[in-house]
Structures are given as structure tokens and as C-alpha cells.
Write a protein that binds this ligand. Structure first.
Ligand code: ASP
Ligand code: MG
Length: 403
């Protein structure tokens, strides 16, 4: 019998009725295949627990925050097992620790080091469906850890790899991965298939269906993913290795992201080593820099602009402010009214001209391009935040992604 890991996100288990529906689906699946279920916390439970922590105190030690947040997934797993029992299905819940998910000691964003799924394997052998709490593990120091927000996807993919599962199904509130956010572009279409590389770019540029780390894990361990809806249960989007027989679409999706801010340092001396010292300073504080643009002026100085996650702006400004006088730069400024719009498609590798068309479309709209970054299968432009929806709609249409 084949083995499938089925992960159910927060909306899929948001209330008692939803949990019963999920139990029903697992019961039906288990007639044809072995199932391991992974669950997220119910609905907005994790957000609510974070708010509660803030109401109680301004101090949130990572160890205690992790202990608190892992409770959310425990509630879901126990309730799901009860709903399965009602259907006459034998199941047993397992915390991350009981499931053998060993992580490093970095609280609130721990990395999985190793998985020892002995208890899950034993349960499967006895015909018991393991229901595992997502988003959590136990550290090498024996403390409870969490894997970062959205981490249940990573739990599911990691378990699928460790158990050598045939596939990993991610159930959510949308029927798959779309050519654009359907709330912005109503005619966006569901993609039947995307490659790991495309999915990585989509997840990294604002597509919210899958957590980036889970896609990296799936690619590295070749775990076939399917993104599906737990509301309609229809076939979703398959994420797997690029298939040579398949006609590669030139552009598969257009995404947008407003989570970055632009920092500009002016009057930087145009000399070797200056950029190095600035970006070393940022890297040492684990700040992720994305796009970088440098303009040379007449008088031997340059302006350097770069983007950082909005959540790191404070720290980035502080570091740039400290380094600016040391490198003889004049001024540091921030701009949070920016957005990144990206086109993603495996076929770009072999089809020139996508960039030109993208720039022409933005020009037609009178949208100024402030920064550009590319990969072999992606082009991203930084534009004014107000123009995001208009640009996404126009690009979706220009590349006929609705067809
Ligand atoms: N419950 C956690 C969160 O909200 C993990 C997850 O849903 O994947 O981030
Ligand atoms: Mg989630």
C-alpha cells in the first residue's frame, strides 16, 4: 500500500465541523492507502496565543513562547483523533517530540536536524493512523521548539521524506497554486503542475500557499507535493521535478510582495571595499538583503539602495547608520511604500524577450521601475506600492495567463 502524508492547515481544522470533515476524508483515504496526518492549530489560535503573551508581558523568552504556541497544534491533533474514533478509525496523536522531530536549539525558528519516526512506523504497522502536531519539535537540549510561522508545512514534508512516503498532500482553503492571487485577478487560473524551482520562486516572492522552507525541503529530498482544498477536495496543483516531456510555459505566475522596504545610502565613496563593509555588517546581524542598486555620480560618490524585510528595517537602519560615517557616506533613508512584482516561469530560460515585454507593460501604465532583480526563471521589479494591483492585473493579461 502506498503512504501519503496529509497536512491540514488552520482553516481546514478551524472548528468542530471542519475537524469532522477532515476525519471523514482521512477515513476514506485510509481505505486505499496508508495515511499519516499532520495538523496546524485551529483557525487563528496561534495569533491569539501570541496576543495573549503580549497582554501578559513584554518579555517573551523563546523557550516559553514555544511552549505556549505548541499547545495550539496539540488541541487539533487530540480533537482529530476523537473525530476519527467516532468513525471507527484507530488513530493516535503525537507531539513533535513524540514523532521524533529533533531540532537545533534556536527557539521560535528551529531547524530540523534529524527525524526518528520509530513510533509513527510502529503505529502504522499496527493499523493505527498517526496524527502529528505540526510546527514543532524537540531540541538537542530536550526543550520544546517551534519551526517558525507556517512551519506545519515543513513538518509534513520532513515526515514524508523520513517515512519515504509516496507523496505529501497539503490541504488548505484554496484549490491549489494560481497564476496570480485570485482576489486581485479573478480570472487567474489554477496551475495543474509547477516545478520545485517555480514553486520556490513563487513562495519567495509573495505567493502564500506554501511556506518557503517546506518547498526547499521538498526539492532537496524530492518529495512530491500536492496543494489541495479541504473545502472541495478537488484535484489540486502538483509540485514536483521538472518534466522534460512537458511543454514549459514561458510565464506561469505573477506574484507581488509588499513585505520589503527600501534603504538608500547616499554619498558613498566609489571605492573598493565600501559595499563589502556595509553588507558584511548587515549579514552579521542575519538581515536578508534582496535587491541592490548602485548609481555612480559625477563626483566620485555613489548612492546604494537595497531592500530588506520590513520586520528588519529598524535593525538595518541602525547598522547602516553606524557604518555610514565610517565609510564617509552622507545619509541613510528608508522608503516603505514599495512593492515587488515578479514574473515566474521555467520557460524563461529558453525564451528571450520576457523582460522587454514586462518593462513595456509597466511603461504603458506609467509605472516607474525602481529596482530590478532576476534569476534564470524570474524577473522582479520594485515599484510604488500603490501600483501593485494594477501592475499584477496588466502583466497577467499581457502574458495571457488566464488561458
Ligand atoms: N500554527 C502555526 C502558525 O500559525 C503553524 C502553521 O500553521 O503552519 O504559524
Ligand atoms: Mg498555516
Amino acid at each position: 500500500m502506498s503512504l501519503t502524508v496529509q497536512k491540514f492547515g488552520g482553516t481546514s481544522v478551524a472548528d468542530a465541523d471542519r475537524i469532522k470533515e477532515v476525519a471523514d476524508h482521512i477515513a476514506r483515504s485510509s481505505q486505499k492507502e496508508q495515511v499519516v496526518a499532520v495538523v496546524s492549530a485551529m483557525g487563528k489560535t496561534t495569533d491569539n496565543l501570541i496576543r495573549l503573551a503580549q497582554d501578559v508581558s513584554g518579555i517573551h523568552p523563546g523557550r516559553e513562547l514555544d511552549m505556549l504556541l505548541t499547545a495550539g497544534e496539540r488541541i487539533s491533533m487530540a480533537l482529530l483523533c476523537m473525530a476519527l474514533a467516532d468513525l471507527g478509525i484507530k488513530s493516535a496523536s503525537f507531539t513533535g517530540s513524540q514523532a521524533g522531530i529533533i531540532t537545533d536549539t534556536t527557539h521560535t525558528k528551529a531547524k530540523i536536524l534529524e527525524i526518528k519516526p520509530d513510533r509513527l512506523k510502529a503505529a502504522l504497522k499496527e493499523g493505527i493512523i498517526p496524527v502529528v502536531a505540526g510546527f514543532q519539535g524537540v531540541s538537542t537540549g530536550n526543550d520544546v521548539t517551534t519551526l517558525g510561522r507556517g512551519g506545519s508545512d515543513t513538518t509534513a514534508v520532513a515526515l514524508a521524506a523520513a517515512l519515504n512516503a509516496d507523496r505529501c498532500e497539503i490541504y488548505t482553503d484554496v484549490p491549489g497554486v494560481f497564476s496570480a492571487d485570485p482576489r486581485v485577478v479573478p480570472e487567474a487560473k489554477k496551475l495543474k503542475h509547477v516545478s520545485f524551482e517555480e514553486m520556490l520562486e513563487i513562495a519567495a516572492t509573495g505567493g502564500k500557499v506554501l511556506a518557503l522552507r517546506s518547498v526547499e525541503f521538498a526539492r532537496n529530498h524530492n518529495v512530491v507535493l500536492e496543494v489541495r482544498s479541504s473545502f472541495t477536495w478537488e484535484p489540486g496543483t502538483l509540485v514536483n521535478e521538472e518534466n522534460d516531456n512537458m511543454e514549459q510555459p514561458i510565464v506561469s505566475a505573477v506574484t507581488s510582495d509588499v513585505s520589503s522596504a527600501k534603504l538608500t545610502i547616499t554619498g558613498v565613496p566609489d571605492q573598493p571595499g565600501i559595499a563589502a563593509s556595509l553588507f558584511r555588517g548587515l549579514a552579521d546581524r542575519a538581515i536578508n538583503v534582496d535587491m541592490i542598486v548602485q548609481n555612480t555620480s559625477q563626483d566620485g560618490t555613489t548612492d546604494i539602495s537595497f531592500t530588506v524585510p520590513k520586520t528588519d528595517v529598524g535593525m538595518a537602519v541602525e547598522i547602516a547608520g553606524q557604518i555610514a560615517p565610517m565609510i564617509g557616506a552622507e545619509n541613510v533613508s528608508i522608503d516603505e511604500n514599495v512593492a515587488q512584482v515578479s514574473l515566474i516561469g521555467a520557460g524563461m530560460k529558453t525564451n528571450p524577450g520576457v523582460t522587454a515585454t514586462m518593462f513595456e507593460e509597466l511603461a504603458k501604465l506609467g509605472v516607474n521601475i525602481e529596482m530590478i532583480s532576476t534569476s534564470p526563471i524570474r524577473i522582479s521589479c520594485m515599484i510604488r506600492k500603490d501600483n501593485t494591483e494594477m501592475a499584477v492585473k496588466a502583466l497577467h493579461q499581457a502574458f495571457s495567463l488566464e488561458q
